[in-house]
Ligand binder design. Sequence first.
Ligand code: GLU
Length: 505
Amino acid sequence: MSERKVRVRFAPSPTGALHIGGVRTALYNYLFARQHGGELIFRIEDTDSTRFVPGAEEYIIESFNWLGIKFDEGVSFGGDHGPYRQSERRDIYKKYVKQLLDAGKAYIAFDTPEELDAKRAEIQNFQYDASTRGLMRNSLTLSSEEVDRLIAEGQQYVVRFKVEPNEDVHVDDMIRGDVVINSSVLDDKVLYKSADELPTYHLANIVDDHLMEVTHVIRGEEWLPSAPLHVLLYRAFGWADTMPAFAHLPLLLKPDGKGKLSKRDGDRLGFPVFPLEWHDPKTGEVSSGYRESGYLPEAVLNFLALLGWNPGNDQEIMTLDEMVRLFDITKCSKAGAKFDYVKGMWFNKEYILMKDNKELAPAFDKILRENGIEAPMEKVEAVVGMMKMKKINFIKELWPLCDFFFIAPKEYSREDKFVRKNWGEQAAADMTELADLLEGLDDFSVEAQKALVDPWAESTGKKPWNPWRVALVGTGKGPDMYELAAFLGKEETIRRMRKAVEVLQ
Ligand code: GLU
């Protein structure tokens, strides 16, 4: 068994936007596949037609595309274990349903919803299982002629799994160890419905994991209660030898740790719970996404990787390659992980600092355009480079910090504390002198300005820096003065200086 090539899958149901917890599940599967030289499959589990939401599948694919998580095979990626969309695999499942029926491991049940309700009213804590199946209308209580007749008449039925009671079922979990559940607590789960000729999640999931040669099932904690049933299904099919290993990941909790993270927490506290903006086709509701909120995909992945796992030291910033190297599924925590969205913003800030100005510039260019500014890309890049050190969490925060690069101060107001404090008696005369001096410069680079202005300031004992900032910016913000002046260019720099002198005189 250990010889088998590692194959894992991410298998979402297209019922809406992909939740951020699902992104973490996919990421852990990706890390596990990469570090074992294995393969990652993308399967769409769409057998519950009542919950199908148009656009969800495309949304999920686009999300991973943005995040940079690559699948080796599956829906939209191809591969030789397809089709990878469960709704296209009906005939495959039918064969396996028949196999269980023929082996007496499943049975046909005709009970209508009304009949089931009546039983629930009659028997306290009713569960369809070994203790009650003898009281119901199914192929165990009806003659085979009767069963055939009902089917021939077109009566709808379901196929249920026959769970043998009083057996300890062991789930071998890479994170949680040996999880034991007694089979008596399980009900005879529906595996197939004649009404839509489709299997339920449980059957399709097991059959596909088997046929797609999945070796490890890594998924959210919410699937742990289904795992004993899945173990029993593998055995019923005779596939126990190739049963995948399980890993049920810790829940994502609300930022305060009290309960499961929900979309409402995001709405209330102002953070996205979806990778991309989502337009709900039914309600028309728009939910924010990490992409549209200005997060870098690398920052999102790094943040998510550490929700439920850490490399065992203090290292927080990791490239995807480093994560692949360091990740250890057995070291994931069992306890839920608090969704510390403030930490998520911290990661974004760190990744902005590390990222190339060239790569950041288009995002800032977009914001400039929204503010009516069109600037050549080198200028946009230069501003990002000068200003990202200001510890911004998002590129959009740059605009109020650096509008003066593109727009001259509209008014020089003594209401401004910085202006009041720094535009003294001498300022107008000093600025005029400095402006005259700069007129003589042809090369307006930082170095050339420095070579001229530093000695002048030194020999005259003048401190022109703050008044100069007043003249170019209009207040107390911005980068180094030479850098700013070089960016603005000679003409604009001198124009702003003379204007300030005129207004503030
Ligand atoms: N279709 C399930 C989901 O939506 C997959 C669970 C599993 O990975 O087995 O998460």
